[in-house]
Design a protein around this ligand. Structure first.
Ligand code: UD1
Ligand code: CA
Length: 456
């Protein structure tokens, strides 16, 4: 059967107290809606329809590239009414999967189990048993334990309120039946809403079988209505990521102080990550990579045997094998660091390539630079790459030694095996193999006398 997924995303999210639509709030730097989309797009033969309301233009623009149908629910008249807005995109013989954009951690396996239970004459409901079911729709069963109906909290009798099995809202429904039932919905209930949940009793009346299944974990079906819940699910998600990485052989010094906001797409053996590390975007980590405390890596490819010491930041960069980076290093976008390079403390590298075995160990800025191999850059070296309008490149060839506190004013080239004397401001190319320096000669004034304090 073809699947047609409806993602309800029309909620206003008043309790978020936010200017942006609720489903644009993020877990692990990804909007809630995108979590649900990414999960559901893994289903085969699936077409996805998003029901939007509040902030719809923003949503549509932000997700313009997604291959989905968009449909508006201008007024929030209830979950049944929301699903009705998606009907033009539903075929009679579709298996309709209803998801919620504010329930971000639902697992693919759970959805697949739900779908496997439903067919053209069976409706499948995802339910969960809660010790405090307050606020949820209750699953009412008969003596034979078959589901009879769902009753909303506000419409429930005292006896029904004791039921602990609740509706998650997530269900799989045969398309043709769904269309029929939705036509007969009324809003004659405590909230004056068109309840999607009313289709359960209709299904029972039509002798359609109701099957139920439950998620492995309650957190899978929790929704986000306020920022406390958002925080809770962020932590749940992060612990799960951490657990997954540990299963794959990563040592995390503290799984509770680790955040992954993206994906580790390649992972070597015996990676060690200290506390408060954030990995963002696409990350590759080679064998024996060690990441010190408080490091942030974003879209970074790190080779084997690299040690990144505490408080370093690496973004859109490639680091070769056996490098040592930090502490307090900043490798900015467009940097390619080859093997066995040392980048030390308070060093900033931007849009530069550094070849094998070079060292920039202290207090330096290397920007728009092509650096050869076995170069040694002294403390306090600055590439002056910007004249206030344009940027220029610096070329430092193999084997160069740059003395401390040197400025290399680009465009400039330092030739192979050249040495630059400390304290130089280099504005012209320096030739291969020679010592170049550009600084005032040291003088000693022999006639000079120390000032003496005047008598008052
Ligand atoms: C709904 C269910 C309840 C279930 C609970 C699980 C109904 C009538 N009740 O209750 O049985 O236990 O979810 O959380 O379905 N939405 C729209 N348009 C609307 C109304 C809602 O898009 O007109 C969306 C909301 O944005 C939200 C979802 O549907 O994502 C659920 O709406 P909400 O009002 O939170 O449902 P509940 O009343 O909590
Ligand atoms: Ca409601």
């Amino acid at each position: 059967m073809k699947i047609s997924t409806i993602i309800l995303a029309a909620g206003k999210g008043t309790r978020m107290r936010s200017e942006k639509p609720k489903v644009m709030h993020e877990i692990a730097h990804k909007p809630l809606l995108k979590h649900v989309y990414d999960m559901s797009q893994q289903l085969e033969h699936n077409s996805i329809t998003i029901v939007y309301g509040h902030g719809g233009e923003l949503l549509k623009n932000h997700f313009a590239d997604l291959p989905v149908n968009w449909t508006e629910q201008a007024q929030q008249l209830g979950t049944g009414h929301a699903v009705q807005q998606a009907l033009p995109f539903i075929q009679d013989d579709d298996q309709v999967l209803i998801l919620y954009a504010d329930v971000p951690l639902l697992k693919l396996a759970t959805v697949q189990r739900l779908l496997s239970l439903s067919d053209s004459n069976t409706l499948a409901l995802l339910t969960v048993n809660l010790s405090s079911p307050k606020g949820y729709g209750r699953i009412v069963r008969c003596a034979q334990n078959n589901v009879q109906k769902i009753v909303e909290e506000k419409d429930a009798t005292e006896a029904e309120k004791l039921i602990q099995e609740v509706n998650t809202g997530i269900m799989a429904v045969p398309g043709k039946r769904l269309k029929n039932w939705l036509q007969s919905l009324t809003n004659h209930n405590a909230q004056g809403e068109y309840y999607l949940t009313d289709i359960i009793a209709m299904a029972v009346a039509d002798k359609v079988t109701i099957m139920t299944t439950q998620p492995e974990d309650e957190d899978e079906v929790l929704g986000v209505n306020d920022r406390n819940q958002l925080y809770h699910l962020e932590r749940v998600y992060q612990l799960e990521q951490a657990g997954y990485l540990m299963e794959q052989g990563v040592t995390l010094i503290d799984a509770k102080r680790f955040d992954l906001r993206g994906r580790v797409e390649q992972l070597g053996r015996d990676v060690e990550i200290d506390v408060n590390v954030i990995l963002e975007g696409q990350i590759r980590l080679g064998n024996n990579v060690k990441i010190g405390a408080n490091c942030v890596l974003k879209n970074a490819f790190i080779g084997d045997d690299v040690e990144i010491l505490a408080n370093s930041i690496i973004e859109d960069a490639v680091i070769g094998e056996g490098c040592r980076i930090g502490p307090f290093a900043r490798i900015r976008p467009g940097s390619e660091i080859a093997d066995h390079v040392h980048i030390g403390n308070f060093v900033e590298i931007k849009k530069s390539t550094i070849a094998t075995g070079s060292k920039v160990n202290h207090l330096s800025y290397i920007g728009d630079t092509t650096m050869g191999s076995k170069v040694n850059i002294g403390a306090g070296t600055i590439t002056c790459n910007y004249d206030g309008v344009n940027k220029f490149r610096t070329v430092i060839e193999d084997g160069v030694f740059v003395g401390s506190n040197t400025q290399l004013v680009a465009p400039v080239k330092v030739g192979k095996n050249a040495t630059i004397g400390a304290g130089s401001t280099i504005t012209k190319d320096a030739p291969d193999n020679q010592l170049t320096l550009a600084r005032a000669k040291q003088v000693t004034i022999s006639s000079w006398q120390k000032p003496v304090k005047k008598e008052q």
